[in-house]
Design a protein around this ligand. Structure first.
Ligand SMILES: NC(=O)c1ccc[n+]([C@@H]2O[C@H](COP(=O)([O-])OP(=O)(O)OC[C@H]3O[C@@H](n4cnc5c(N)ncnc54)[C@H](O)[C@@H]3O)[C@@H](O)[C@H]2O)c1
Length: 246
């Protein structure tokens, strides 16, 4: 039986690398993204490697769209074994400048989207054999207060990590393993939202003087999804080159 992985935010950056890593490990990948054009370019690039990548455009903040998406995946592919909640962004306003709308949007994109996807993926996972995997892409920003991350971004990722622990406990007996990966500075187009001087300071604070690579984060997702990851659940794994060790 094919193992089916759903990766959100798959059109570019870390999600693209995760999709490539899981395809290399023989999984069938459903790549979801709100950026339809970029997702179809990604589909062409990944299909060129002769693997099974299905592009499914959707806005994961829309719970009705998420419901339709998982229904469609179930009908077409028969189920879900792996869910990687990677879609996310970072709004950069300072605390007193954050509007109510921006706060709501930040939480929707980084937290509610993962909540909705888990709600629809879990019933499908319960019908599958073996250890099923949910990997939530959090951020060092929820734990490190020396670098720039804004309050609502930090809070959205802390909420995501609480969801990780809740689901790990709730579904332990059902063999659904749920973990968070919390990367620090990783070179993607998301860097464009950060002012240049702030970015330079944050990169300089990395012990190796350079950001991490999306492939490095993807390698950890692949590890958690592999049989070696079966015994880990409820963990938030920080990836930061050792920057925050005190
Ligand atoms: N790059 C970093 O330094 C870094 C560090 C820590 C955590 N992260 C987290 O990693 C994840 C991926 O980040 P990235 O750096 O690859 O960012 P990115 O901006 O390059 O890619 C994010 C992808 O998510 C998609 N997306 C956004 N909102 C969506 C929605 N509502 N529905 C569907 N797709 C949506 C975007 O279209 C985009 O393709 C995010 O959750 C981010 O918070 C990134």
């Amino acid at each position: 039986m094919d193992r089916i992985a759903v990766v959100t935010g798959a059109a570019r950056g870390i999600g693209l690398s995760i999709s490539r890593a899981l395809l290399s490990d023989g999984l069938t990948v459903v790549g979801v993204d709100v950026d339809e054009e970029r997702l179809s370019e990604t589909a062409v690039a990944l299909s060129g490697e002769g693997r099974r990548f299905y592009a499914r455009p959707a806005d994961v903040t829309d719970h009705a769209a998420v419901e339709r998406l998982f229904h469609q995946i179930s009908e077409e592919l028969g189920g879900v074994d792996v869910l990687v909640n990677n879609a996310g962004t970072c709004f950069m306003n300072d605390f007193t400048e954050i509007s109510a709308d921006e706060l709501a949007r930040q939480m929707e994109i980084n937290f509610s989207s993962a909540f909705y996807c888990c709600q629809r993926a879990v019933p499908l996972m319960l019908k599958r054999p073996g250890v099923k995997k949910i990997v939530n892409i959090s951020s060092n920003g929820a734990y490190n207060f020396d670098v720039f991350d804004p309050a609502h971004y930090r809070a959205s990722k802390a909420a995501l990590d609480t969801l990780t622990k809740h689901l790990a406990r709730r579904y332990a007996l059902d063999a659904i393993a749920v973990n968070s990966l919390a990367p620090a500075m990783t070179r993607t187009e998301l860097f464009d939202v950060v002012p240049r001087d702030v970015l330079e300071r944050a990169v300089a604070a990395m012990p190796r003087g350079e950001p991490m690579k999306p492939e490095e984060v993807a390698g950890w997702v692949a590890f958690l999804v592999s049989p070696a990851g079966d015994c880990s659940s409820g963990n938030v794994i920080l990836l930061n080159q050792g920057r925050d060790v005190r």
